[in-house]
Ligand binder design. Structure first.
Ligand code: HEM
Length: 334
């Protein structure tokens, strides 16, 4: 009798567990991500990240875009585990040398600066993966975009994956279907894809990332006719058929440093810079409808962007005893 009573009690307690955990995100390793993770162990953590990011963006306004992208390129490879920050060493082949990152990913020194400020106040407490998630949020806010509460408690990987970086991160000349599949494999849907692509409202691209569209879109020596032709002509003047590969172009020619919905307005005018931007309006009805909604309603874009960033930031985190808290974001602890 006593035994059956305690079983009933246990079962009813267990029934409440999902409610208690509903604001927490389960990570691999049995732990959870939650916003208050450092409240006791490093109460100044968020303030420190924010102030270093603000300083870095005031030195170099493009840095907001670069830090936002860094988090994306980290999360799509083995989850948000700071694997992208590791330099070549021993068995580690750095993701910094992958096709999407080489001569392109930037902001590593800012992450170092944040990490060393954190190490002074709370040594080996705040993970590099969390530093990236927080800096992506702070960068968005500084550029005029929405804010969100960042679930925390990610731990840092003890390895990198060059092949994962090459394969999982969408390329600008991938088809709509390929890009969509790469997002799906990370648990992200078409709404996330369109909203997160809205990141291209800030920052820059090199000529090499969209040159194909200007001269030889399908291999027959013809440009991409879905691109507005006067915009294309402007682009050609600084992105010639040969040379100029590293020349920089704004992803959103209207307001390159302001986080707003002009990216979506540009897409509807066929002035999206990358082929991967343009396919959102030319290859799929559902994504076209979403682009129209975000172009019309900035608030709606901001709300969805914030939700999708939290979702992206929750991709397979290392928690509990998995991974480690690196002392230096560029190398694993010895
Ligand atoms: C949908 C698939 C995506 C593709 C194919 C793509 C591709 C690219 C490419 C080719 C560049 C220019 C890189 C260069 O030429 O150096 C770029 C820049 C950028 N991307 Fe994406 N991207 C995608 C999604 C995202 C997402 C999901 C985010 C963030 C959540 C993001 C954030 C950025 C930012 C902020 C920049 C500018 C970075 C800077 O100025 O340093 N992108 N992207």
């Amino acid at each position: 009798m006593v035994q059956s009573k305690s079983i009933v009690l246990l079962l009813s307690l267990l029934a409440f567990v999902p409610f208690c955990m509903s604001h927490k995100i389960k990570g691999g390793g049995g732990g959870y991500l939650y916003p208050q993770f450092y409240d006791k162990s490093c109460p100044k953590a968020q303030e420190i990240v924010k102030s270093v990011v603000a300083k870095a963006v005031s030195r170099d306004p493009r840095m907001a875009a670069s830090l936002l992208r860094l988090h994306f390129h980290d999360c799509f490879v083995k989850g948000c585990d700071a694997s992208i920050l590791l330099d070549n060493a021993g068995n580690i082949i750095s993701e910094k040398g992958s096709n999407p990152n080489r001569n392109s990913a930037r902001g590593f020194e800012v992450i170092d600066e944040i990490k060393s400020a954190l190490e002074q106040v709370c040594p080996q407490t705040v993970s590099c993966a969390d530093v990236m998630a927080l800096s992506a949020r702070d960068s968005t806010v500084i550029a005029g975009g929405p804010s969100w509460v960042v679930p925390l408690g990610r731990r840092d990987a003890r390895g990198a994956s060059l092949s994962g970086s090459n394969q999982n991160i969408p390329a600008p000349n991938n088809t709509f279907q390929t890009i969509f599949t790469k997002f799906n494999l990370k648990g992200l849907d078409i709404v996330d894809l369109v909203a997160l692509s809205g990141s291209h409202t800030i920052g820059f691209s090199r000529c090499t990332s969209f040159k194909q569209r200007l001269y030889n879109q399908t291999g027959n020596g013809k440009p991409d006719f879905t691109l507005d032709q006067s915009y294309a002509a402007q682009l050609r003047s600084r992105c010639p058929k040969s040379g100029g590969d590293q020349n920089l172009f704004t992803l959103d020619y209207v307001s390159p440093f302001k986080f707003d919905n002009s990216y979506f307005k540009n897409l509807l005018a066929f002035k999206g810079l990358l082929n991967s931007d343009e396919v959102l309006v030319t290859k799929n009805q559902e994504s076209l409808q979403l682009v129209k909604q975000y172009a019309q309603n900035n608030q709606l874009f901001f709300q969805q962007f914030a939700k999708s960033m939290v979702k992206m930031g929750n991709i397979s985190p290392l928690t509990g005893f998995r991974g480690e808290i690196r002392k230096n974001c560029r190398m694993i602890n010895s």
